[in-house]
Design a protein around this ligand. Structure first.
Ligand code: NAD
Length: 357
């Protein structure tokens, strides 16, 4: 199915409302999911809806629960998401942290115990829109660990994403590095499995520790594992995300002494910096823009693939998907429609057809 993002967002919002959310919450989460699809991260898009609805039924996700302020010391703020929708909690937490950063020049914001906060780049974009730099360290807990430490053959931690956002002179040149510290996100393995595709055999090991491109090893017993990107370096970064996001915020790391409910819980530590702290904003942005021009002008190894900056692939995909529509493969689509029907919705009322795109 190739569908327009507006109609998909309406369907997503209706599913979330039918699953118990108020209209504003449903719209915030649906919009986040659609933005993830638009920028090409289908692993964090509407395909998550069946998991969210299943987690509500198991009591692992609590609709309409706003984050609680645990500690507020001006530019040091800590929130507890209490398993509410992470997209709502993280957006609200970022709004407050951005205000504090503008006021004080820097802010440190912790958010613990939020249900899945989705695509971390969304929070980097929030900070870019405010003209600020942000660094986000995230841990993924509450379920079996999926990523093996460098040299290991069993999962010990999550895909722990890292995001760094830095504004440049123009929006098209903002730097937005947003990545799992595993070679691929779990959701990408799920999407590949649903499509009947293999991933690279550099991404996964089976339960015996042998390289494999078969994504089913992650979802069957005995379980395989994802490998960290960049060998020992990516492993170190993923481990430090766990420490900064989960231990420092008091959310609790993935070590087995902490209860695992079987859901998806994210903790996030965010550092916000106002670039004006160190000088005149325009001069800093001009220097960054000059660097980006220099990087973009690198002679490409393959003429048809110019050198990009972090954030470019998402901008390019958003542009093309806004006009061409979003492709949802059959298994994912069946799961979404099955979820809608199970909640008493009639998908036909949403006028979804290929021609929408
Ligand atoms: P990815 O590998 O597709 O991209 C990672 C980064 O590399 C992006 O910033 C992208 O702009 C950049 N990039 C890609 N190709 C490039 C090129 N040729 N030149 C320069 N830069 C390039 O992303 P991923 O690691 O698969 O992560 C996917 C999404 O999953 C992210 O949005 C992440 O936040 C999300 N995620 C969320 C969780 C969670 O628990 N909430 C966990 C893991 C991942």
């Amino acid at each position: 199915m190739n569908l327009s993002h507006e109609k998909l967002e309406n369907l997503a919002s209706a599913i979330l409302e039918a699953a118990g959310s108020g209209p504003a919450e449903a719209r915030t989460v649906a919009s986040h999911l659609l933005q993830a699809n638009l920028c090409g991260h289908d692993s964090h898009g509407v395909g998550m809806l069946p998991t969210y609805v299943a987690n509500i039924a198991k009591g692992l996700l609590k609709p309409n629960r706003l984050p609680e302020t645990v500690s507020d010391q001006g530019n040091f703020i800590l929130f507890d998401g209490h398993r509410g929708y992470g997209q709502v909690a993280a957006k609200l937490a970022m709004e407050l942290a951005i205000d504090r950063c503008k006021d004080k020049g820097m802010a440190l914001m912790g958010l613990r115990n939020a249900h899945h906060i989705g695509r971390i780049g969304a929070y980097g974009e929030q900070s870019l829109a405010a003209g600020l730099i942000s660094l986000h360290f995230v841990s993924v807990v509450d379920h079996v660990p999926m990523v093996t430490p460098f040299g290991g053959k069993q999962g010990r931690y999550g895909t722990n994403p890292l995001c760094i956002a830095v504004p440049s002179l123009n929006e098209a040149d903002h730097l937005l590095l947003d990545m799992a510290t595993s070679r691929i996100a779990v959701g990408k393995a799920r999407v590949a499995l649903n499509k009947g595709h293999q991933v690279s055999d550099c991404d996964l090991i089976d339960a015996e520790g042998q390289p494999t491109g078969d994504p089913s090893v992650l979802f069957s017993e005995p379980q395989g594992a994802l490998l960290p990107f960049g060998e020992h370096k990516g492993y170190g970064l993923g481990l430090l995300c766990e420490v900064l996001a989960a231990a420092l915020t008091g959310g609790g790391t993935i070590q087995p002494g902490n209860v695992r409910g079987g859901g998806i819980v994210n903790h996030m530590l965010t550092i916000l910096i106002n670039p004006e702290l160190y000088g005149e904003q325009n001069a800093i942005r001009q220097e960054i823009a000059a660097l980006i021009d220099y990087i973009r002008a690198t002679p490409p190894a393959q003429t048809e693939s110019p050198v990009l900056i972090p954030g470019d692939p998402e901008r390019q995909r958003r542009k093309s998907r806004l006009s061409a529509g979003i492709f949802i493969e059959e298994n994912t689509w069946d799961e979404i429609i099955g979820t809608a029907v199970s909640l008493g919705l009639n998908p036909e009322e949403f006028n979804l057809s290929e021609e929408d795109a």
